[in-house]
Design a protein around this ligand. Structure first.
Ligand SMILES: [Ca+2]
Ligand SMILES: [Ca+2]
Length: 255
């Protein structure tokens, strides 16, 4: 387990991928890590995941540039990574502004993806070509793509990429149980503050059953079998009636 690593300003040139980190057939867990300002000429500005089942918990990815595809995270070789309480913003690539999945099955729980950009093609936040992705309790809002109608999520239809979205807030809407299309009311995205305001429609609209166990021990109490107890800000993951959508739980002291 790697806790508290900051991986910044890495670069890989053609034909390599993963500007900050290349993870091959690994089940490593990355906790409270920051990936910022990394760059790839081809695929995966921050991280390339080739096989394996790595986990990223309470990690932030911003300002990464993937080159051709995957501004932050590139997934292939049937990898099955998991992302929990992660924030991905202001990443860019020609296609797949934050994430591109060639093959594999990625799971995102309580992640926030915003202001990512596909500068020359499709999928402002997600580009899923032949993989499967499950997005639960997520906020996917305000990403942009050069191709009309693919600002947030794009599945390559002919290749049967499939992104299953539930209990999430997606700008423009997306089919799936419990999904919303309503401004999440971030506190101050201009300064990277993607907490939600008291009046946010995302409050209490996640599904508690989607929360994983605390494998990364975000609470640092030695208990890794309890239900995820912390959010990205290390505040209680559930406040009020139910878990919120997104990486941060709303708390009265927030705003
Ligand atoms: Ca709540
Ligand atoms: Ca714990």
């Amino acid at each position: 387990m790697l806790r508290g690593f900051h991986i910044t300003k890495g670069f890989v040139d053609f034909p390599d991928s993963g500007g900050g980190l290349y993870v091959e057939d690994s089940d490593a867990t990355f906790v409270q890590c920051v990936f910022a300002g990394n760059r790839s000429a081809v695929m995966g500005g921050a991280v390339a995941i080739w096989g394996g089942s790595p986990s990223f918990v309470n990690c932030r990815f911003y300002g990464n540039d993937g080159g051709w595809a995957a501004g932050a995270i590139y997934i292939r070789k049937s990898a099955t990574p998991t992302f929990v309480n992660c924030l991905l913003y202001s990443n860019q690539a020609w296609e797949g502004g934050a994430v591109a999945i060639t093959t594999g099955a990625a799971t995102f729980v309580n992640c926030t993806l915003s202001e990512n950009a596909a500068t020359a093609g499709k999928g402002g936040a997600f580009l899923d070509s032949r993989g499967e992705a499950a997005l639960r309790n997520c906020i996917i809002w305000g990403n942009t793509a050069n191709t009309n109608g693919t600002d947030e999520i794009f599945n390559l239809p002919a290749a049967q990429g499939s992104t299953a979205v539930t209990h999430s807030n997606v700008k423009g809407g997306w089919p799936g149980e419990g999904n919303l299309y309503s401004d999440p009311l971030f506190v101050d995205p201009a300064t990277g503050d993607y907490r939600i305001r008291q009046t946010s429609p995302c409050k209490d609209k996640g599904q508690n059953a989607s929360l994983p166990t605390d494998v990364a021990d975000t609470s640092l109490d030695g208990n890794t079998t309890e239900t995820l107890p912390k959010d990205l800000g290390l505040n209680a993951r559930i406040h009020g009636d139910s878990v919120d959508m997104g990486a941060y739980e709303w708390h009265p002291e927030d705003n």
